[in-house]
Ligand binder design. Structure first.
Ligand SMILES: Cc1cc2nc3c(=O)[nH]c(=O)nc-3n(C[C@H](O)[C@H](O)[C@H](O)COP(=O)(O)OP(=O)(O)OC[C@H]3O[C@@H](n4cnc5c(N)ncnc54)[C@H](O)[C@@H]3O)c2cc1C
Length: 320
């Protein structure tokens, strides 16, 4: 069976969930060979093996932390030369998409971004994408070269599948361009204790209907009862009620959780573009004609300040 390269997103050896999801998808189209780079790369091997990696290629060098994406592209290109894979899979983060695009260009092959599913095909892996603000679902494949595909978080369930996971060190020669953009400082983001927005299984979002920064506590309380991340519409972010990092939509983050709860959000196309692939969508809006109700699985017509606290209380009661 052909090998498939899986780029590992990890922090000091702690593998992030989207990579484990990628391993599930990779197993459908070949034998996963994971590529882990930077500090803690070798420590990723055990968990990658538990999730189906037949091999883990590791490389550590200061370049991975000190410079932006190019050293990682150099490493993936080296892995590509070593393995000749049937596909390269990368998580769909902002960094992941840049790495994937640069790699595809170097390989002279094609790129598919933000895939939501992957299946084997006669002529290589076939990726599902949700396009034009999720108005269409497309299936496509790369017709030339090694397919490079980025996959959205939450597109597949994490399935344990023990494999050898033998660690091999990857030899990387960094190109001239790899040291072009230096990282000069790092500021750790203050922890909210909530999951990362793009990876969360549940997202609770608020919009202009929340009517003020101080009222976002209503949204946060529901999120915390569900162990969810908090999202916001651009109107709420532009008003300064919530940080830009939490904006969901075309010019914000794209999320695809199991459950998306939108409160006081009208459902403008630019917002839908970032959340319409969510598995189950719930909306609370006092306007029964709000466009968000066209795409929901469950809709509540009502004042969010009545509905959301009751929902939070009910969740907390059932948890207790
Ligand atoms: C180029 C471009 C890019 C954009 N990118 C994004 C993006 O990434 N993300 C994004 O979200 N938008 C984006 N927008 C903006 C988008 O067009 C909308 O303006 C925005 O999504 C509206 O936000 P909203 O739904 O919170 O506000 P509104 O459209 O004002 O809707 C507020 C809703 O709250 C309801 N409401 C009010 N009070 C209550 C209450 N007490 N209880 C319940 N419901 C209540 C109202 O009935 C209404 O439906 C973009 C626009 C452009 C032009």
């Amino acid at each position: 069976m052909a090998e498939v390269l899986v780029y590992v997103d990890h922090v000091d050896g702690a593998v992030r969930k989207p990579t484990l999801e990628l391993l599930t998808l990779a197993r459908r189209v070949g034998e996963p060979v994971a590529v882990a780079l930077g500090a803690g790369a070798e420590a990723t091997a055990a968990v990658l093996a538990e999730h189906g990696a037949v091999k883990v290629l590791t490389a550590d060098a200061p370049e991975f932390a000190d410079y932006l994406v190019v050293p990682k592209v150099d490493a993936l290109q080296a892995a590509h030369e070593q393995v000749s894979p049937a596909a390269v899979l990368v998580p769909s983060s902002a960094e992941g998409k840049e790495i994937a695009a640069r790699l595809a260009l170097r390989l002279g092959s094609g790129l598919i971004t933000d895939a939501t599913d992957l299946e084997p095909g006669d002529d290589g892996p076939v990726a599902t994408q949700s396009v034009f603000a999720a108005a269409y679902t497309t299936k496509s494949r790369i017709s030339r070269g090694t397919p490079v595909i980025t996959v959205k978080p939450n597109s597949a369930a994490v399935e344990p599948a023990p494999a050898a996971g033998a660690t091999e060190s990857l030899s990387v020669t960094f190109g001239e361009k790899s040291t072009g953009t230096k990282v000069t400082a790092r500021t750790p983001r203050e922890s909210t204790g909530r999951p990362e927005l793009t990876e969360a299984a549940i997202v609770v979002s608020g919009g202009r209907g929340v009517n003020g920064a101080e009222n976002f506590s209503v949204i946060e309380a529901l999120a915390d009862s569900l162990g969810a991340a908090v999202g916001a519409s651009r109107a709420a972010v532009d008003a300064g009620w919530y940080p830009h990092a939490n904006q969901v939509g075309q010019t914000g983050k794209s999320v695809s959780p199991q459950l998306y709860i939108a409160s006081g959000i009208s459902g403008a196309i630019q917002h839908r573009a970032g959340m319409q692939t969510s598995k189950t969508i719930v909306a609370v809006n006092k306007d029964a004609e709000a466009p968000i109700f066209e795409l929901v699985d469950y809709g509540v017509v009502g004042d969010l300040f009545d509905v959301v606290p009751q929902l939070t209380e009910e969740v907390n009661t059932r948890k207790g």
